[in-house]
Structure formats: C-alpha cells, structure tokens
Write a protein that binds this ligand. Sequence first.
Ligand code: PLP
Length: 442
Amino acid sequence: MPVAPLADLALEPYWMPFTANRAFKRAPRLLVAAKDMHYTAADGRAILDGTAGLWCVNAGHCREPIVAAIREQAGRLDYATAFQMGNPQTFRLAAEVAALAPGDLDHVFFANSGSEAVDTALKIALAYFQARGEPSRARFVGRARAYHGVGFGGISVGGMEPNRKAFAAQLLPQVDHLPHTHDLAHNAFARGQPAWGAELADDLERIVAERGAGTIAAVIVEPVAGSTGVLPPPRGYLERLRQICDRHGILLIFDEVITGFGRLGAAFAAERFGVVPDLMTVAKGITNAAVPMGTVLARRGIYDTIVGSVPAGIELFHGYTYSGHPLAAAAGLATLKLYRDEGLFARAAALEPYWEDAVHSLRSAPHVLDLRNLGLVAGIDLAPRAGAPGARGLEAFGACFERGVLIRASGDTLMLSPPLIVERAHIDQIFGTLADVLKGIA
Ligand code: PLP
C-alpha cells in the first residue's frame, strides 16, 4: 500500500476531538491505511490494532464484502431522505437488527452515532410517558463514571466528570446518578464478572424513595462500562436493576454502543447476561464502523404506545437528515452477514479464556493495580505517578505505539478491545509488548 506524501500536510486547521491538540501537532501519529488486524502508520510501519479502532471495527479493517457493499450502494442510491420516504436497504437492516435482538426489542430507530442514539433513547422514554398520560415521569437516572457520548443528554446522564465540567452550567436538570461498580477492596484482579457488588443496584431504591417512582422515566447504564476503563457488572447487578425498574414502572435503557455486536461473545450484552432492557442503544459495530450509524431498539409496547397515541400524522417529532443513510444501511447489512458467515460472536466467546489468561499474565508487571476482563475486552489500572496522574498511561500508550501496538489510555487506565478476528499470536504480541513497555516505564 503506497504511503501518501505527508511533509506538506497542514495540521493546524483540524481541531481534533478528545485530543491534546498542541502535543499531537508537535508529534503527530498518523495512520494512512488499514487491513484486517493492522493499521499502516505514515512511516510505513504495521501497527497491530488492539482496540478495534475505537471499540468498533469488530470484523477487522477494510473487509472486502463491506467495502464492496458500500461501493455498490454509493453508485446506485447515494442518499434518500428518511422523512416520509424510505429505501429498501434501511428496512432490511432494521428487520435484521430486530431479529438479532433479544425479547421484543423489535423496533429500530436510526441515528448516526452513539451520542445521537443515546439522546434519541432518552427522548423516546419521555415521549413514551407523555403518550401514556404520565408526563410527571421525566427524571433520568445515570451512573457515576458512565459514558453515554457527548450530546447534552448523554453528558447529563453520563458520569465521566472531565466530559461534563466545562458544560455543567446547562446539563439536563432532573438527573440522579447511581454509584459506579468499581471496588478494588472487594474485587481487585477479578476474572470476568466480579463476585461482589450486586447490592450497589439497591441505590436505585434510595433514589426512588427520595424522588418518588412516579417522577422517574428511565435508568440508563452501560452493561459493561467501557470508556471509563472497562468495569464488568458485578454478578447479579443487572438482574437486580431490572427487578427494581420493573417494581416501579421505570424503563431500563442499556447503552450497548460498545457491548453490541459480539464484543462479549454474544450479539448483545443483554443476551450474554440474560437481562432484556426496554430500550437499547447501539452504534459502532453495527456497520463495522465503515459508515457512521447509531441505532435505538425499542420494545414493541413502547413503539405501539407512542405510535398509537396520535390519531394520524407524525407520531415522534425526531429524526436526522442521515437517519438510516443508504450507505450505512448497506454497510450494516454486509457487516451482519460477515459476522454470521465467519461466526465472529462465537469466535470471540471461544477466545475469551485465552484472552483472560493473557490479561492476567500482567498481574506481577510493574505499576499494575488491577486487571479486568470480559468477552474480548480488558481494562488495566496503573498506579498513578506521584504528582503526575495520567502520565504513566500516556507513556504506556506512546511506547506501545512505537512498538507497533495500538492500545487505548484514559488517564492511567489502559483499555484493550481487539477486532474479533484476532488470533492467539496477536494476543501474545499485545500482552508481550505491554509487559515490556511496563518494565521500561518509571
Ligand atoms: N455510548 C457508549 C457506551 C459509548 O462507549 C460511546 C462511545 O464510545 C457512545 C455512547 C458515543 O458514541 P459516539 O462516539 O458514536 O457518539
């Protein structure tokens, strides 16, 4: 793959997202191509993708069936409005996603990102209670350390403080937060779901008692908190949240933007944990990230209630110019077929024990405070360097990149989520590199 000449590349105009712009532009890390498990860096080096892009390229990069489907769709129908019009591909994708989802999560609303999916789900929850004649149910419950994207709804129910700080003056006003489930005293170095912590879900009863059940529309959680550093749910926790929501007529929303499409060795976390939410948000893996798409799945009763609440005309005043974009729909259909053809969800499940052992091989590596894993995901807490929190995480990320492995760092927590086509040799390379890098970091 030829590498484009980059010497004259202007770096300044691009205001990069979630990036230390000044530091990056002093020492840019540029990727120019990708295939299967690897990126090609601008200097021609192969970089093993330990993060599936950003938890999204589940089938690996530039997979031919997906590329071909996008190419074909772009030449046939590049765009069609989704308002009062439709195109067959989008209906087909909705039917396939609905068929894949558990229970009666069988109506599918399209957006373009996880953030949009989250804000859409929150709006659907409000519209549902309006339609039921219960407008007082307007509060949301999120969770500390949660990531639900960057829309105002998402950062309001989210709990990653740096993402909220600059915008705190105008967050949604009626939101409470459950405690997060990370507890080193009880659960350090747990393999898979930690044994302790189901009772943390009971905090929802406290919020209900304080606010009144009749004021709460929905609880939103990531089944496995991802961006905050990979926090698998304690055993029994999600089941208990489901029971409490049912007891009080509160909708449960699972944000499966990361956990959807095989990441946990099943189509969805809802399937893996046997807990069916009322609304589910997905994005990322639905198109293998080749074209942006976000999606909300709603249980039939929610759709029926909202759609049946007006005698005629538009039922939900919500949607995006690019909702159900034909290119995204084509990419989604090809992606789901590839997942099926290659049995990638089952492949992830079969690799999980090997992955788990590899993660926990770092137990005695320098600086390691905790290791967590579930499916093909891992979180590694490093002890912060005195007076310089985040420095170790950033150095580990940079050193891994120099050695040809892309990992993710959030502060001093490292995160891994390789494409589901990962081979054992790649897993060995990822953790071998990490072990070396940790030895070399002060
Ligand atoms: N929700 C969760 C659980 C996520 O992990 C993310 C992104 O990582 C989002 C929402 C936001 O998705 P996007 O970046 O596509 O807006």
